[in-house]
Design a protein around this ligand. Structure first.
Ligand code: IMP
Length: 193
């Protein structure tokens, strides 16, 4: 499929950086919801696919252009998958992820099982009404204290399986080897090739 322009249905600068980097080899003009001064639609679903579709449909409808949304989150085993779809909400309106990470740490208490995974669901919506979804996951362990200043969100407390560094200690290129978003993207990219 030949796509000239794609609008990323997010205002999250961390996601824009990662998704623009992943799309860079494809010669697509990448814009984001910020470029069109769009608001964020309310994420009213209780699952990643539903919320990704809400975001992509909204941006496609407002811009008349192909839209790509990512709905993602951190799912902690001993917290029965929390914060999950509510990962952004745990940081509050001030988007304080130090606070959100501390909350995860406190809720886990001294549980021996520190496992968690990041999940990303991409929704791709075209002006002709075509809709597709793609998923990627990254399994890992949560650490405390959190480490590193790179990345965004919960990155400093997450160490992907197969490495000893947290995502917060990795560059964009290093995180890409493991990340849930890169995995969702590798499923999505097949339709661009
Ligand atoms: P949403 O998809 O906009 O609802 O928000 C997902 C939230 O999950 C983000 O605000 C982050 O808190 C968290 N999250 C998703 N992906 C990542 C990641 O790659 N690193 C760290 N946190 C992430």
């Amino acid at each position: 499929m030949k796509i000239d322009t794609l609008v990323l249905a997010t205002h999250n600068k961390g996601k824009v950086a990662e998704m623009s980097d992943l799309l860079s080899p494809f010669g697509i003009e990448v814009q984001s919801a910020d470029d069109f001064d769009l608001e964020s639609p309310e994420e009213t679903e209780d699952n990643f696919i539903g919320n990704a579709l809400i975001k992509a449909r909204y941006v496609c409808e407002k811009t008349g252009l192909p839209a790509l949304a990512d709905d993602s989150g951190l799912c902690v085993t001993v917290l029965n998958g929390e914060p999950g779809v509510y990962s952004a909400d745990w940081a509050g309106s001030e988007k304080d992820f130090s606070k959100a990470m501390k909350l995860v740490h406190e809720k886990m208490g001294d549980a021996l099982d520190r496992s968690a995974y990041f999940i990303s669901v991409f929704a791709f919506v075209l002006p002709d009404g075509t809709e597709q979804v793609f998923e990627g996951r990254c399994e890992g362990q949560l650490i405390w204290p959190a480490r590193g200043l790179d990345g965004f969100g919960y990155d400093p407390m997450f160490v992907p399986n197969g490495d000893e560094r947290s995502f917060g200690e990795m560059s964009l290129q290093e995180k890409k080897v493991y990340s849930h978003r890169a995995k969702a993207f590798s499923n999505f990219r097949k339709i661009l090739e």
